[in-house]
Design a protein around this ligand. Structure first.
Ligand code: ARG
Length: 581
């Protein structure tokens, strides 16, 4: 609807520009917003206010000319000028009804497919394999997954890239420790707790100079392609990756082994990248290291801030593999957009590598490179989340605690359900509570992790939404009606019906914003409001005891579309709904 109005306004503006009523420039984008107060129509634009000054006319005059030039449309019943020159649009009543019918008849709930679809690379999760996944990886994994799913739903070609940290000096230490282990049974036990394994290796490294030397020589051997080292390294990474995939499975994250393309995959390209930067005239040597200096990056006291791409000892860096990855994603994968869901603290790194990649033409011109940074997940004390003893919290432990707490809650609420079903419900409630708590906050801000809050059945939480969904689903169970058989027209006579209808029809707009801005909390707020609108409707508009069968069927269809929208919206957030709980 919004798009339609924008098109109409643009047509009118073109006509006015041709007639000389408005100058050819400027051409600010036409903004159309939904109004809060429906007495002032359903949509409004401030375009006349924006154009008045450059045209040397009063805003109201521009608004009047614009309204006069507006092409007629069956979707608009009335247009009004308000205040200093806002233009308000009233949509025709039957437009809502027919849009709802169209959404009901469509597997995509009336959400248009991107035209043309783009190729979008989404870099997310990307843990370091030397250690086990910890809470620091949760946000990237969950937020990235929701945005990837949304982009896909909108028809884009999404290529997930799990840029795992599978290379670097820590691996020397791990390999040296791995080599020392003679007892296979003991080794596999140790590897089942990678965190412990890493700590033990680190301890050896710190305690023994001889061990540390061996670790360093193993890195060199590994980097020069020694077969024995490569095998150890590969085996270690397989174990570590299998830990990651256990976490993904529990979290319901859509990453697969095919999506893994770690730092090591770019090893063969690194020398080329440095040579390429050299050819582009961007390379400067500084204390033996090879660097790129860009004017726009300076330290606080004005000193130049280099991007180091090769150390004096010949080693390459995190930035070098990211430059190689940018080239691969743009040139080989043919990405139109490349999104990075990585901690906000890496913002400078991304600004720098993006700029270097553009200058050196490692990426095609016009490729969108976007760092979708996020804040820190903090504990109740407002400081980065830690265990009681100050260690990093392993993700698997966090998820188990969420499930245990959820089990206590749902057992309390449903003493009659059998244990298997309770455990299944608790697992969905616990895991989705953790995911939703993260997804529902603006990703840019830090947030406080709080089990009690995220597991509450009130407020903008997963349990609330899951429960709201089961309520809608139960309408059909109670009525014994198959929603697919309903085909009565939709009537929107009550205010609550119309409000619900309007909310339902905003699904596409919201998804578009999530995809454009990489902000899944917008979808969370939308679903929360939708659930609220449904409650209001359900209280005020009797469904099964409606005055007529036609009205009952109309309301059932509103309920059915609500259920499907909630289910689909939660699925895009990576949250599975329950039919009862
Ligand atoms: N492995 C890195 C870390 O744990 C994140 C990698 C993000 N992706 C990238 N292309 N740099 O901090």
């Amino acid at each position: 609807m919004k798009e339609q109005i924008i098109t109409l306004v643009e047509q009118a503006l073109d006509a006015l520009r041709q007639a000389g009523t408005l100058p050819a420039e400027p051409r600010p984008p036409v903004q159309v917003e939904r109004t809060r107060d429906k007495q002032h129509g359903d949509f409004a634009t401030n375009i006349a206010l924006m154009l008045a000054k450059p045209a040397g006319r009063k805003p109201r005059e521009v608004a009047e000319a614009l309204v006069a030039a507006l092409p007629a449309s069956p979707a608009i019943s009335k247009v009004e000028i308000a205040g200093p020159g806002f233009i308000n649009f009233f949509q025709a009543g039957d437009v809502l009804g027919s849009a709802l019918k169209a959404a009901l008849a469509d597997d995509h709930l009336g959400v248009p497919q991107a035209n043309p679809p783009g190729t979008v690379v989404v870099d997310y999760s990307s843990p370091n394999l030397a250690k086990e996944m910890h809470v620091g990886h949760l946000r990237s994994t969950i937020i990235g997954d929701a945005v990837a799913r949304t982009l896909e739903f909108l028809g884009h070609r999404v290529i997930r890239q799990n840029h795992v940290g599978d290379w670097g000096t820590q691996f020397g230490m791990l390999l040296a420790y791995l080599e020392e282990q003679q007892d296979q049974a003991e080794l596999s036990a140790e590897l089942s707790d990678l965190e412990q394994f890493y700590r033990a290796a680190k301890q050896r490294f710190d305690d023994s100079g001889e061990f540390a030397d061996r670790a360093r020589s193993l890195v060199v051997k590994l980097q020069s392609g020694d077969a024995h080292c490569l095998k150890l390294w590969h085996d270690f990474n397989q174990v570590s990756l299998s830990h990651c995939f256990e976490v993904y499975a529990r979290l319901g994250v859509s990453l697969t082994p095919q999506d893994v393309r770690g730092e090591s995959a770019y090893n063969p390209d690194l020398a080329q990248i440095v040579a390429h930067l050299d050819q582009a005239g961007l390379l400067v040597e500084s204390d033996g290291a090879r660097c790129v200096f860009l004017d726009e990056f300076k330290t606080r006291d004005g000193q130049p801030l280099p991007v180091i791409v090769q150390k004096a000892d010949g080693g390459y860096l995190y930035a070098t593999s990211d430059l190689a990855a940018l080239r691969y994603r743009s040139q080989t994968l043919q990405a139109d957009r490349i999104l990075y869901f990585v901690d906000q603290r890496q913002a400078l790194h991304f600004q720098q590598v993006f700029e270097v990649a553009r200058r050196a033409a490692l990426v095609k011109p016009g490729t969108d490179l976007e760092h979708m940074g996020f804040g820190t997940m903090n504990g109740p004390d407002g400081r980065p989340f830690k265990t009681r003893t100050g260690g990093t919290v392993k993700l698997v432990d966090l998820l188990s605690e969420a499930e245990d707490r959820a089990l206590a809650l749902v057992s309390d609420k449903n003493p009659d359900l059998d244990q298997d079903e309770l455990v299944d419900i608790a697992s969905t409630v616990g895991i989705s509570a953790v995911k939703y708590a993260d997804l529902s906050k603006h990703r840019g801000s830090d947030y406080i992790f709080n089990f009690d809050q995220m597991l509450s059945f009130d407020g903008n939480t997963a349990p609330y939404l899951l429960y709201a969904y089961t309520r809608v689903a139960s309408v059909f169970r109670k009525a014994g009606i198959d929603p697919h058989t309903l085909d009565a027209p939709i009537m929107l006579e009550q205010e609550r019906e119309e409000a619900l209808a309007n909310q339902l029809l905003q699904f596409a707009e919201v998804l578009q914003q999530v995809a454009d801005k990489g902000l899944p909390h917008l979808l969370c707020s939308y679903l929360y409001e939708l659930a609220g609108q449904f409650s209001g409707f359900y209280e005020h508009c009797p469904i099964l005891s409606a005055e007529s069968e036609a009205l009952r069927d109309s309301r059932l269809q509103l309920a059915w579309l609500t259920a499907r929208t909630l289910k689909q919206g939660l699925a895009l957030l990576g949250i599975r709904t329950l039919e009862r709980m």
